[in-house]
Design a protein around this ligand. Structure first.
Ligand code: ATP
Ligand code: DP6
Length: 421
């Protein structure tokens, strides 16, 4: 009987989206608790295209907490993992699975060890917010396993301690991270502004310019900015508070021109404070600048914005098109300037919602080669194309928040052994 009792494994699997900020978080007032110097606003990306899946398991047979990320065992000794694990354990409650004959008391969780397996369906640490989806998924799945009663807002304050931007991945749609005032960070939480259905015309195209790991992490980059940039204080105290109010209103009214103006200005100001850091931090590269210029020219020529751009701590462009039609025209422009390497497979050059290719009338490489220069550059047709400068494109849209995956086939751990499948 004792043997049987020792052999159970209880597990939960969840899926969590990434998010991209349209008003950026950059700078902390508390490094350990991860408390920001300004509010930020993000849009959650559809988990169908970019997401983290995490399985968490508990068993009396486990001898230590262990974690596997994308199939490789990683250490959980870092402060951020430890803070999340400690916070979530302290919120555990009684759990009973009568069918399996399992009973874990609130106190019992202190002695039990965890196995965690997580998988990102996109490049890790490449400026695509893997830490955001990753920590949100870790906290959400553990909360469900441990029967924590906290709502997603309260859970966001724990995910925040893994990575600041992770707190915004606890909700779908548009999300605000309220910086809070309390020293203990209890009011520095995420709140949903509107859900993913509110503005479902938007189409998001990500140009993955480089999927190599970046040189300056967000964590050290923002620390250096706060320590050395004279501009960052002005941004945090004067610029962002006004933009947050305007952005909330633009989102509620689906006011795309205002949304674009604010999103682009805020991305540019974030990169300006990076340049104002000593030594300066460069996240964008020539390809990023060319994409900005292409979008700016097109928006200007249309008289009303078609696409907003935003760049995080890396060269990848996140382009938010006002609707499907604008996204199609954008893709044609981008494929004109940035065709794939010769011999590349179009099918792996545009991923995510591939139906956009069909809308753009592009079925094969011949169609890419015969794309015309955009009309707005007709007097100034570029002599050069930038073949191979974009690794690939991801077509996605605003998406939902975390969900539990209940099918056993979706779990990343073996239900008998609690080890990766
Ligand atoms: N699925 C995951 N589960 C738990 N932790 C993860 C997961 N994915 C990534 N991480 C953590 O996040 C770290 C990567 O974060 P980092 O901020 O460097 O990159 P990024 O999030 O991809 O880029 P950015 O935050 O600039 O958009 C990893 O080293 C790992 O510690
Ligand atoms: C540029 C950003 O993406 C910065 C994200 O920084 P992180 O959340 O990755 O930083 P830490 O809190 O130190 O883990 C802007 C944003 O997401 O708001």
């Amino acid at each position: 009987m004792a043997e049987k009792n020792d052999s159970w494994v209880l597990m939960v699997t969840a899926q969590t989206p990434t998010n991209i900020a349209v008003i950026k978080y950059w700078g902390k007032r508390d490094e350990n608790l991860i408390l920001p110097i300004n509010d930020s606003i993000s849009v959650t990306l559809d988990p169908a295209h970019l997401c983290t899946t995490t399985t968490v398991a508990v068993s009396p047979a486990f001898t230590q907490d262990r974690m596997w990320l994308n199939g490789k065992e990683i250490s959980l000794s870092g402060g951020r993992y430890q803070n999340c694990l400690r916070e979530i354990r302290s919120r555990a409650n009684d759990v009973e699975d009568k069918k399996k004959g399992i009973k874990i008391t609130k106190k019992g969780w202190e002695k039990l060890h965890l196995h965690i397996a997580s998988y990102n369906n996109f490049p890790t640490a490449a400026g695509l917010a893997s830490s955001a989806a990753g920590f949100a998924c870790l906290v959400f799945s553990l909360a469900k396993l441990m029967n924590a009663k906290e709502d997603n807002g309260q859970l966001s304050a724990i995910a925040r301690q893994g990575s600041g931007s992770a707190c915004r991945s606890l909700y779908g749609g548009f999300v605000k991270w309220i910086m809070g005032k309390e020293e203990n960070g209890s009011d520095s939480i995420a709140a949903q502004l509107v859900d993913e259905k509110h503005w479902d015309e938007l189409v998001i195209l990500i140009a993955v310019v480089s999927s190599r790991q970046k040189e300056t992490s967000s964590t050290s980059g923002m620390r250096e900015t706060v320590e050395t940039s004279p501009l960052i204080q002005h941004r945090a105290s004067e610029v962002v508070p006004k933009r947050i109010i305007q952005m909330e209103e633009a989102i509620r009214n689906r006011d795309f021109p205002t949304f674009t103006r604010l999103t682009c200005s805020d991305s540019n100001q974030f990169h300006a404070v990076c340049l104002d850091t000593s030594p300066p931090i460069f996240y964008m590269n020539d390809t990023s600048h060319r994409i900005i210029s292409c979008v700016e020219k097109w928006n200007r020529s249309e008289g009303t914005p078609q696409v907003a751009y935003t760049f995080d701590a890396g060269p990848n462009a996140v382009l938010i098109a006002r609707n499907r039609k604008a996204a199609t025209l954008l893709l044609q422009r981008l494929l004109f300037y940035f065709p794939p390497e010769s011999g590349a497979d179009l099918n792996s050059y545009v991923v995510g919602d591939k139906s956009i290719l069909k809308d753009a009338g592009i079925q094969d490489m011949k169609d890419v080669e015969s794309l015309c220069p955009p009309p707005e550059v007709k007097d100034n047709i570029p002599a050069q194309k930038y073949k191979g400068d974009v690794s690939y494109f991801i077509c996605t849209r605003p998406g939902r928040g975390p969900v539990l995956l209940t099918e056993e086939s979706q779990s990343l751990l073996n239900p008998e052994t609690g080890l990766p499948k």
